[in-house]
Design a binder for this molecule. Structure first.
Ligand code: HEC
Ligand code: HEC
Length: 287
């Protein structure tokens, strides 16, 4: 056992040593970059902070491992959007939330290229991000390809190294959902706007649906759909279960009951039912 742990530590150290050092503050050269998305959605600013941290990799053995943490801030017509991508640097896959949705993430390195691959739990969505560092260490070219149920979206972002102070806008506290949006009533109003949108993605994923299941398209503030009204009650129900029974830990979440279904199941699906349900989810898969 001890020997295995030691070997694990050595291989983790090796991966770190092989990883090109892309830590620091980066800003996109938007003229040289090609972002995925509809025309006219070009952001006005794009910043990233890349760091290494240490965190518990295995909750049972308490094994710790180094982590790559990339915080991205994109400023565009809808204001600011932040995302955090976390992946362990021990060469092993781990399921972590990415953009609000449980994602199996793994990192690898070869020469001056660092790669992160991800797969959404329960949905036919994968992505790959490769970070190529220039020989002078001043330019990082991030190429990303997302495959959402066969639909490809690609982008290339040319990032230029910045002094640490350049990250100030990304380190400043973000606006809350209550301030940013028009009709937010539950305690979710205290989340940052980006965390709130991540929770929305989590809701859609938990129920195997997309945003339009609860929302009138492009009019997210309207309460016209009964599903949205039900969801608000569900948010309150989940908060009260956690408060009353789990000392306020987020022990029960939407997926605990819904498991990817609009209505929680009353029995395990038979194989033919499971195949039909998976095909239906793939159709609505959006990520
Ligand atoms: C299961 C239902 C459900 C799904 C699916 C869902 N939402 Fe929501 N959404 C809500 C509820 C409920 C609120 C109001 C929350 C509150 O009052 O605290 C809300 C509020 C919002 C708001 C705030 C609108 C405003 O101005 O008041 C935005 C923006 C939003 N959702 C975006 C999304 C996006 C984007 C998706 C898809 C990724 C999504 N939602 C999927 C239930 C849902
Ligand atoms: C403790 C179990 C449980 C949890 C946790 C839970 N739900 Fe539900 N939810 C249900 C049940 C059961 C129903 C079906 C009620 C019925 O059929 O009358 C339902 C129904 C719904 C519906 C209505 C679906 C429809 O077609 O009308 C929405 C929307 C919904 N839940 C959203 C959520 C969201 C969002 C969360 C997380 C914030 C959540 N639920 C957490 C048990 C749960």
């Amino acid at each position: 056992m001890l020997k295995l742990v030691a070997l694990g530590a050595i291989s983790a150290a090796l991966i770190i040593a092989q990883t090109p050092d892309i830590r620091g503050v980066w800003k996109a050269d938007l003229e040289k970059s090609k972002l995925a998305g509809p025309p006219g959605s070009t952001p006005t600013n794009y910043l990233a902070i890349i760091e290494h941290k240490t965190a518990v990799f295995d909750a049972h053995t308490k094994e710790q491992a180094p982590q790559f943490v990339e915080t991205t801030g994109i400023w565009g017509q809808h204001g600011e959007e932040r995302t955090v991508l976390t992946v362990f640097l021990n060469g092993k896959a781990k399921v972590l939330p990415y953009m609000g949705v449980p994602t199996r993430l793994i990192a690898s390195s070869e020469g001056n290229v660092f790669t992160v691959s991800g797969e959404t739990a329960g949905r036919p969505n994968t992505f790959k991000r490769t970070y190529e560092l220039s020989s002078d260490g001043q330019t990082l070219t991030l190429h990303s390809v997302a495959n959402n149920n066969g639909k490809l979206a690609e982008s290339t972002i040319v990032l230029l190294k910045q002094p640490d102070e350049a990250a100030a806008p990304l380190r400043a506290p973000e606006e809350t959902a209550g301030k940013r949006f028009k009709n937010v009533k539950t305690p979710m109003k205290d989340l940052t706007a980006s965390e709130f949108i991540e929770s929305m993605r989590y809701f859609a994923w938990s129920l195997g649906k997309n945003c339009e299941f609860c929302h009138v398209r492009f009019k997210m503030d309207l309460d016209d759909k009964k599903e949205k009204q039900t969801a608000r009650k569900m948010i309150e129900m989940v908060a009260s279960i956690d408060a009353e029974h789990f000392k306020n830990h987020p022990a029960v979440r939407c997926f605990t009951c819904h498991e990817g279904h609009e209505h929680p199941l009353t029995h395990p699906l038979f194989p033919d039912e499971a195949a039909a349900a998976a095909a239906k989810t793939a159709q609505t898969a959006q990520h």
